[in-house]
Design a binder for this molecule. Sequence first.
Ligand code: BES
Ligand code: MN
Ligand code: ZN
Length: 494
Amino acid sequence: MEFPVKAGPPARHRTECAILPVFDDRQLHGATKEFDRAARGAIAKLIRAGDSPARLGACTLVHRTQGTAAARWLLVGCGKRAEFSAKRLTSALRAAVNALRGGGTKEATSFLGYDTPLGAADAARYSVEAASASVYRFDELKSKTDPPSRLAKLTLGVKSGTSIGEVRAGIKIGSAVAAGSNLARDLGNRPANVCTPSHLAETARNIAKRYERMEVKVLDEADIRKLGMGALLSVTQGADEPPKLIVLHYKGAAAKEAPIALCGKGVTFDTAGISIKPAPKMDEMKFDMCGAGSVLGAMLSVGELQPKLNVVAVIPACENMPGSRATRPGDIVKSMSGQTVEVINTDAEGRLILCDAITYVQRFKPRCIIDVATLTGACVIALGHVYTGLFCNDESLAKALLEAADRSLDLAWRLPVHEDYGESLRSNFADFANSGTRDGGASVGANFLSRFVDGFAWAHLDIAGVAWRANANKGATGRPVPLLVDYLLNLDLQ
Ligand code: BES
Ligand code: MN
Ligand code: ZN
């Protein structure tokens, strides 16, 4: 999608559709006021008649646009003006783009960011992310596609005197985040027979090819064995599909600058192995690589934005399948760290592949390690589909991630990693087990991972509840790409 910027008198913008905010104080503001003046009070009249509700997201399409250069007006409810925020702008614009999508509109101009306390640059960034998310469709595997979303261009109308350079900078960030999120969505939505570990590796290779300062290395099963990654190998051993360990390195700063390390869980299908899952909703376990997808998405955004940072992404990718060669409950495996693990439950496989990735990435002496994983059903019970679970051993890293989450509207909530959550991982036969009590299961999972972090600042993002939507709108969300990219960009600014 294209996002040009245009300043000047709003009512004279030539556009197929002007998207105009309506607030619930029965007064007109900003661009809407100017349109109303040009149209001799037509908008005020509609609102008085109750035909254009100010309820957030309510859309009213008007064709009689006398006095203005727009062929249509789309009046969009934005709620109370004093409460207008990035979140509301996002909701309102998503509703507007959805309302236009079915119709014939190929191009529109949004005035939602024309006159807001958010500032034109931030408004532009959020508008680009919201519009891109609304037009996103996954139809590459349908033989007959729905008529494509015709909305291909959204002009951002800004006040005369606004710094166009700043607005363009906002658009650039928004577009990069949108492109990264769309990659994460595509990878998540692709079924496990398409999105294999090799497909994830190929995607990483393409990112490295497309962007400067990006290098990739893909390790295969023999390499993984040489490294001694017995935990990762124990998960993949039931599958015919070959595993990969993907290392994607972005070098935007001097070599002596410690990199940020990102690790993404890449289980391309989680049957649970011998501890097999029940049939209902098992198809959703194709989304079990969304940690990997979001890390690749964030790396694509980094490639677009070229921040002055070093970032190293490590993605352990494999399938978790049952079979005669699969790991049995009770089997004991040796992780790359040297610690032995009793595999009580072969469904607790995410932590097994991540623990070896976390050990591996410490060779880069990272400034911090952030792992991203659809790790536990318990996190979904705790936080639902709203917040990512954040577990962290370092106060300033936790603070920076929570601030990035708030700014990017990609929310995270801190949960505890206290050592007592590890009590149920005690094993009579190995150093510890891979699964313990269901109670507090998200923290038990985090505790397991913490045993592989050797003196580094570390954060674990459990995205089990937020990486995809179920039911009628089933599909990957692209989260937490916005959070990760916002975090990285703010490091670059410091
Ligand atoms: N991929 C699942 C977690 C999951 C389940 C995410 C449902 C989203 C929805 C993970 O591999 C898993 O199965 N975790 C187990 C861990 C348990 C066996 C300790 C779980 O949460 O039940
Ligand atoms: Mn599992
Ligand atoms: Zn899993």
